[in-house]
Design a protein around this ligand. Structure first.
Ligand code: GLY
Length: 378
């Protein structure tokens, strides 16, 4: 854990660079082996497995391609570009799910095609980004001002905190197309989420149910946390990062204040568990269920906050982001060739029987590390 002592920053910078070298070494190898593959999990021998054949539209199917695009933009290595392009094409199959494709299009296409278009100007990537954004705005209920989560006909009033991370797809669609409607819908959804998901103490509901005709709040549900009034840590992490990104694209101060409030709540909780988040912050200490992905997402989100707060406020977010990444890497990173992934001990949800590899754990590890590196190199 880092303190503000003299030389602390140098220790941090060295560690970040060393860790990024290990990330690059590991991914340079797996990007070649898994160029035409979308990893979802890992088997008992440490090898990637996939759900792509069975579920081409699975919500996690953008993270490997997203990680490849991220690594390519940072290193310029061909191995990443080839895997990124191949993955982006494979993901086209998800567009065939015209009636059931859910709210997670940002996780599928903003971090893949969005990054590709930004970096290469590829017109096919732009088409994918715009198609994904058009499908996402189709989920908007104008009577309630929210984007509906998932695709069950009996759950049309459901909205979830995770969806905050899909809004950047809409902001980007407006930025590149100059059609305002994508951004306007993102703002409506963010405002509604700020009002009904975020609790006064900075914690967040996972699922909120609205009346589909009036948009009135009906109830909140437990979702992937322990229960309705508990606090699913990955949901809190999506809120930190999601509201910070909504601030980036709108400059609405309320969004930044919300991101900060949830970050402070997150920091208070992880500081009593050695920076390895409980899967649910309000669960009992036993059974001890930790979710590494929550910590890495929150760390990347705190670095986004640090981009926007005044100089004298930045330290708190940077240092806690560093503490999270360092604690998780020290305890749960696997740099061997026997294990295909990097970060272990993610939890799909509180009720999952055991921890596992989660592709978004590795994605947000790289995201957080590069954000830390770039912060110190500015
Ligand atoms: N978006 C679902 C999850 O975070 O597990």
């Amino acid at each position: 854990m880092i303190s503000s002592n003299k030389g602390g920053f140098e220790i941090m910078i060295n560690w970040i660079n060393e860790t990024l070298e290990k990330v690059d070494k590991k991914l340079s190898r797996t990007s070649v082996i898994y160029k035409d593959f979308i990893p979802s999990s890992i088997d008992e021998n440490g090898k990637f497995t996939t759900i792509y054949e069975k579920s081409p539209a699975g919500w996690t199917n953008g993270f490997w391609g997203g990680l490849m695009w991220l690594m390519y933009t940072k290193t310029n290595k061909d191995c990443y570009l080839e895997a990124a392009k191949s993955n982006e094409k494979m993901l086209d199959k998800a567009f065939e799910y015209t009636e059931t494709l859910d709210h997670d299009n940002g996780f599928r296409w903003e971090i893949t095609s969005g990054r590709s278009y930004e970096h290469t100007g590829d017109k096919d990537s732009r088409k994918r980004l715009m198609l994904a954004a058009n499908m996402l705005v189709g989920r908007y209920n104008p009577l309630g001002d929210y984007l509906v989560a998932w695709s069950q006909k009996d759950r049309q009033g459901w909205a979830i905190i995770d969806c905050m991370m899909n809004l950047p797809l809409l902001y980007k669609a407006s930025e590149i197309s100059e059609y305002e409607r994508f951004k306007e819908i993102a703002i409506k959804h963010a405002d509604k989420t700020m009002k009904h998901h975020i609790r006064p103490d900075g914690s967040s509901n996972h699922i909120v149910v609205y009346d589909t005709k009036t948009g009135e709040y009906v109830e909140s549900l437990g979702g992937q946390g322990m229960d309705a009034n508990s606090s699913w840590s990955r949901g809190q992490a999506w809120a930190v990062y999601g509201f910070a990104l909504s601030y980036k694209h709108t400059k609405n101060q309320e969004y930044l204040d919300t991101a900060k409030k949830v970050a402070h709540y997150f920091i208070a909780n992880v500081s009593i568990t050695d920076y390895i988040p409980k899967t649910d912050f309000r669960s009992p200490d036993e059974p001890d269920k930790r979710d590494t992905s929550a910590g890495l997402i929150a760390a990347a989100g705190m670095m986004e906050i640090a981009e926007h707060v005044p100089e004298y406020e930045k330290d708190i977010y940077v240092k806690h982001a560093y503490n999270l990444v360092k604690a998780i890497v020290d305890k749960y990173a696997d740099w061997t060739e026997e294990y295909d992934g990097i970060i272990k001990n993610g939890m799909i949800q509180y009720k999952s029987p055991s921890p596992t590899y989660l592709p978004y754990g590795d994605y947000y590890l790289a995201d957080a590390l590069y954000r830390l590196k770039e912060y110190f190199e500015k």
